[in-house]
Design a binder for this molecule. Structure first.
Ligand SMILES: [Fe+2]
Ligand SMILES: [Fe+2]
Length: 313
C-alpha cells in the first residue's frame, strides 16, 4: 500500500475524521485513529510530546482528507476564537504537506489541488492577520526543511507584494501556487549537485549555473502535460530565475509583472539562505547587485512592503 505523508498540524483533536490516520512507528505503519473516530486531546498531545511531525493516509483516502482539510481550513481561518499563531501553523502545515507531496509525486492531481488550496489559505491568513507574515518569516527551520520553507516564504511575500500592486484575484492565485511549486525539481537533482542550492549566486561558476538552472526546465517537464495546470502557472515556474538583463537560463529580457515579482522575491529569499545576511543587508545588496535585473520601482515597492510588514527589524 502507498502512504501519503502529511503534517500533524493539519488535523485537530475532537473532530471526527473522515479518513484513517496512520503513524509510522517502529518501522511500520500503524492505524492510529480510524475514520469516523476522533483524535482525542490525549492522543494528539502524545504525538506532539513524541515529536511526531507527520502522519500518513492511504491513497484511497486522499479525496476524503482533502475535503476534511478544506473544511477545517475555512472554519479555522474565519474563526475569531483561533489565534493568529494557530492559523499560521495550520496553513504552514497544509502548505508544507502540499509542497512535499508535489516534490515526491509531481504528477498527482490531488497533490496539486492541495497546493492550490494551501496557496489560497496562506494568502487569506496574511490578508486578514497583520502579524501573520512576520510570524511566518520569524520561524527558523532545520536544514532539511530549508527548501520547503523557502517555497512558503516566496509564496507569502510575493502574494503580499502583488496584492499591493493591485493584481487580480486570478493572478494572485496563480502566483501563489506557482511560488509554492517553483523549486519542486530541486530535490530530484543529482545528489552531488544539491549543495548548489546553498551556494551564493555570485559564487556560481558557469558550469554550476548550467546544472543548477536545469531545475526550471525539469519542473516544466513534470507539469506541462497536466490539464489542470494552467499556462500562467507554467510560465511563472519556467521563468522564476529570469532577470531583465537577460542573464537567466531562458535569456528572457521581458518579464510579465508577475514573473518579475516572483523572480525578485525568490532572489531575495534565496539570498537570505545562501548569504546568511539580515533582511536589511540582503535588501541593500540587492539594490546594488540587481540594478538592471529588476525595475527600480519594483525594488522600491518591495522595500516598502518589507518595511511596513516589520520584516526589516
Ligand atoms: Fe529556483
Ligand atoms: Fe527558489
Amino acid at each position: 500500500m502507498d502512504y501519503t505523508p502529511l503534517r500533524i498540524s493539519t488535523v485537530k483533536p475532537l473532530k471526527s475524521l473522515t479518513f484513517d490516520l496512520y503513524i509510522f512507528f517502529k518501522e511500520q505503519y500503524l492505524c492510529y485513529v480510524k475514520s469516523g473516530d476522533q483524535l482525542t486531546e490525549e492522543k494528539y498531545t502524545k504525538l506532539k510530546v513524541q515529536k511526531v511531525a507527520k502522519f500518513f493516509i492511504t491513497e484511497s483516502d486522499e479525496i476524503n482528507y482533502q475535503n476534511f482539510l478544506d473544511r477545517l481550513l475555512s472554519e479555522t481561518l474565519s474563526s475569531s476564537q483561533v489565534t493568529t499563531e494557530e492559523k499560521v501553523q495550520m496553513v504552514e502545515g497544509a502548505a508544507t504537506s502540499a509542497v512535499e507531496r508535489m516534490q515526491n509525486n509531481p504528477g498527482s492531481e490531488s497533490a496539486y489541488r492541495m497546493t492550490e488550496t494551501a496557496a489560497k489559505s496562506l494568502r487569506q491568513v496574511i490578508k486578514s492577520n497583520p502579524e501573520a507574515l512576520k510570524k511566518i518569516f520569524g520561524k527558523k527551520v532545520e536544514k532539511n526543511e530549508e527548501l520547503i520553507k523557502h517555497s512558503l516564504n516566496v509564496c507569502a511575500l510575493s502574494v503580499k507584494l502583488a496584492e499591493i500592486l493591485k493584481c487580480t484575484e486570478q493572478e494572485l492565485d496563480d502566483l501563489g501556487t506557482a511560488a509554492l511549486i517553483h523549486d519542486i525539481a530541486i530535490p530530484q537533482m543529482n545528489k552531488n549537485d544539491l549543495p548548489l542550492f546553498n551556494k551564493p549566486r555570485k559564487l556560481l561558476t558557469n558550469d554550476d549555473k548550467r546544472v543548477y538552472y536545469l531545475h526550471t526546465k525539469d519542473a516544466i517537464t513534470m507539469l506541462q502535460d497536466k490539464p489542470y495546470v494552467n499556462k500562467a502557472i507554467l510560465d511563472l515556474v519556467a521563468n522564476h530565475e529570469e532577470v531583465l538583463s537577460g542573464s537567466g537560463p531562458n535569456k528572457k529580457k521581458k518579464l510579465s509583472k508577475l514573473e518579475e515579482i516572483l523572480s525578485m522575491v525568490n532572489n531575495y529569499d534565496k539570498r537570505t539562505i545562501t548569504n546568511k545576511t539580515t533582511p536589511m543587508q540582503t535588501l541593500k545588496d540587492m539594490m546594488i547587485d540587481e540594478m538592471g535585473n529588476y525595475n527600480l520601482d519594483l525594488l522600491n515597492e518591495f522595500k516598502k512592503v518589507l518595511h511596513s510588514e516589520g520584516l526589516l527589524d
